[in-house]
Design a protein around this ligand. Structure first.
Ligand SMILES: Cc1cc2nc3c(=O)[nH]c(=O)nc-3n(C[C@H](O)[C@H](O)[C@H](O)COP(=O)(O)OP(=O)(O)OC[C@H]3O[C@@H](n4cnc5c(N)ncnc54)[C@H](O)[C@@H]3O)c2cc1C
Length: 477
């Protein structure tokens, strides 16, 4: 091959950019990784957003997809300082009557706490937990000929129905609410086909691997990935905002950890008109409004179990969650949104000064929504944890547009790099033989706008790097 400055360049150092860079460098190539911000990490950064000594996760906080990632699991991240810490209860889902449904590591215990729905829960999740290791690589990657087609078909039959349809298997409010909260991570109307998929994946990850946080903050995952990459001989350039291909050192391949909107600006002139029009038609999803709190004491949930959970899904019944997740697509919000609430100090006291606490929450809102949701979110928490507001020492908020300003991958506050519905699940960002290849030779996309989509797992980057190795460097992993 002709001599170049580097074998490969990666633009953007989020989990996927880092994963791509590591995969290529591990394969013996020389890789240059550019990041626009002073610090690498993308959606995995930790900062004192409120008061000195309170370490907040600016974006991702709870990382079941990181600990269960078939790619991250192959990396020696523990040797580079990463420690996952686990709450006693993975997730709690409180109700107005003061009770809560729980997601626990034990599937059997989770099921048994659901009373009349014990068998229904075990029948839905039990088989998936058993065959998950056979199909995880197929589910969490691009479309391809599966290694275990029978198990994959069984999973597909459970994953394809809408979450509302699957909820009909349950008779109790507890099971229905717990299920709806999990499915609402899809950030779509729960009547959409395949909204059961995300609930199955997250609940199975909970049973098999847990829902941990990274000790010290999500920035610890960044540190471990970055230092591992450097230990392999990789080069990182921060404060390097890529606006044009001309700024980049010469290489045989460039991988972009950015979404179609920015990719078109940087490299659109290299693409075929068909590919450009496909990227132009790419659909972004709803946004989020986020709040971080420094707390004097933890949130006093009436349901005592919720005080011991790392994540609390605040949304009461299936019906309330369904309503909010539907209405945001009509450019509106309800005054009872589904709130994803995390309390890192339940298992990681290092996040706050002694005896103090942190909490993190967001709710889904229309893309680019410009109204302040702080009071609505706090009232939702107060509804299940009366006295919460009195415990707030300081808060920091991020509206959808501020989230985009912080990281332009989050277009209009869309944290998944584009809607993850059935039409964009495996074909994101465009319908192509390989979704990671652009129409220009040597240019690839590796962000969450490719399969399997949003979340801290690095799998988009890993698969894009595998594609690059095969196409350009004639190497199979
Ligand atoms: C508020 C919020 C909460 C979330 N909560 C969770 C959670 O609890 N658990 C979870 O698993 N996931 C969560 N996510 C989602 C997760 O953070 C993202 O899906 C994930 O970070 C996407 O990774 P990525 O590598 O594709 O992109 P990003 O993490 O967005 O990284 C892209 C990087 O590229 C850089 N960049 C962009 N443009 C350029 C350019 N032109 N030149 C150079 N550099 C550039 C950016 O600065 C950034 O560092 C959350 C996200 C947000 C915003």
């Amino acid at each position: 091959m002709e001599k170049r400055d580097y074998d490969a360049v990666v633009v953007g150092a989020g989990p996927n950019g880092l994963a791509a860079a590591i995969t290529l460098q591990r394969a013996g190539l020389s890789v240059w990784l550019a990041e626009s911000k002073p610090e690498i990490g993308g959606g995995m950064r930790t900062a004192e957003l409120t008061l000195p000594g309170f370490k907040h996760d600016v974006c991702s906080a709870v990382v079941p997809m990181a600990v269960s990632s078939p790619f991250f699991r192959t990396l020696p991240l523990g040797d580079f300082g990463l420690e996952y810490v686990y709450p006693e209860i993975e997730a709690a889902h409180p109700f107005d009557d003061g009770t809560a449904a729980l997601l626990l590591r034990s599937l059997e215990k989770t099921a048994s706490l659901l009373g009349a729905d014990e068998k229904n829960y075990a029948g839905l999740l039990g088989p998936v937990e058993k065959y998950w290791t056979n199909i995880e690589k197929d589910v969490l990657g691009p479309l391809h000929i599966p290694e275990q087609p029978v198990d994959l078909i069984k999973f597909g039959l459970k994953a394809l129905p809408s979450a509302i349809h699957t909820a009909k298997k349950f008779s109790t409010n507890h099971a229905k609410g717990l299920w709806a909260g999990m499915a609402a991570h899809s950030i779509q109307p729960l009547s959409n086909i395949a909204t059961s998929a995300i609930a199955l994946v997250l609940m199975t990850a909970g049973h098999k691997y847990g829902w941990p946080v990274a000790k010290g903050g999500s920035g610890s995952i960044t540190k471990a990935l970055g230092n591992y990459f450097i230990s392999l001989g990789g080069t990182i350039e921060t404060n390097f905002y890529v606006k044009s291909l001309d700024q980049l050192p010469s290489s045989h391949a460039v991988l972009f950890d950015i979404t179609p909107k920015q990719l078109l600006k940087i490299a659109g002139h290299k693409f075929s008109s068909l590919y450009s029009s496909q990227l132009n038609r790419y659909r972004y999803g709803a946004g989020v409004f986020k709040v971080d709190w420094a707390l004097d004491k933890p949130a006093p949930f009436i349901a005592e179990e919720a005080c011991r959970a790392g994540t609390v899904h605040i949304g009461n019944t299936l019906e309330e969650i369904v309503e909010h997740e539907k209405i945001i697509w009509q450019n509106k919000v309800t005054d009872k949104p589904f709130v994803l609430f995390a309390q890192q100090t339940v298992c990681d006291p290092s996040r706050a000064p002694e005896g103090k606490h942190t909490a993190w929450a967001y709710c889904h809102v229309p893309n680019g929504y410009d109204k302040d949701m702080t009071a609505v979110i706090e009232s939702q928490v107060e509804r299940f944890a009366p006295g919460f507001k009195e415990r707030i020492l300081a808060r920091h908020t991020l509206s959808p547009l501020q989230i985009e300003e912080y990281n332009n991958n989050y277009v209009g506050g869309d944290i998944n790099g584009g809607v993850i519905d059935i039409r964009q699940l495996f074909t994101r960002p465009a319908l192509r033989w390989s979704p990671y290849r652009t129409s220009a030779k040597g240019l690839y996309i590796c962000s969450s706008s490719t399969p399997p989509g949003g979340g801290v797992h690095g799998l988009c980057g890993y698969h894009a790097a595998k594609r690059t190795l095969k196409d350009i460097f004639k190497t199979e992993l």
